[in-house]
Ligand binder design. Sequence first.
Ligand SMILES: [Zn+2]
Length: 226
Amino acid sequence: MVSTLLIRNGCVLIVNLNKFKFITKLENNYDSNPSYCSHCGKPLTFKKFYKQFEFEKKFCCKKCASQYPEVEVNKFSSETEKTIYAFLSLTLPQYNIRHNITDIFPPYEIDMCIETEHFPVFLEFNGSLHARFNSHNLKCQINDKIKKTEICKNRQQKMIRLCSNRGLYSRPLIFEESLNLVLDSINYLIKANNDYGQCIDVVYTGKDIYRYKEKFKDDIIEEDLD
Ligand SMILES: [Zn+2]
């Protein structure tokens, strides 16, 4: 049983990671090939491994960790992002996936990048916060637009945005369905291998999930909804 604490709106929720089918798969695969403590070599439980997912060196206890200087890592900004990363690295083990990237389009941060053999696919996650209208979110929405314009229109590259105006983490079935659509979109972009900019939005409206595709070709933006 893997549980994690999630603090949202000041409330602490205990979220059971086993509710995500792919986490169970990750855990099953993990058992046959566990990670070891970087200091003492003791095998780590899946819970300890997952908790330190973003760290290159993982430790079995605080004492072992204290033997090493703290290294700066790009931490995930939310459990949702960590789950997206876990899902993608499990389903696309052949690609290097970077997260919280600041060297692509400074000073903006890009959530993830899937380095495929043809091109990078940038992934942005726009959580529930962006939907509520206030000055902070207005800034987020403007930043989202700037990033899309730069990546897809100016650089003619590929971007996928997972957007939801409700918390996905507390809706495991919807979350998995959305993640499968993101995966399908990545595979679609790789298969099509077009030389123009494309943006695919996977949007959960709180009721339905839909996908919205945009092509940035010859200064014409073509749109397609499915
Ligand atoms: Zn240890």
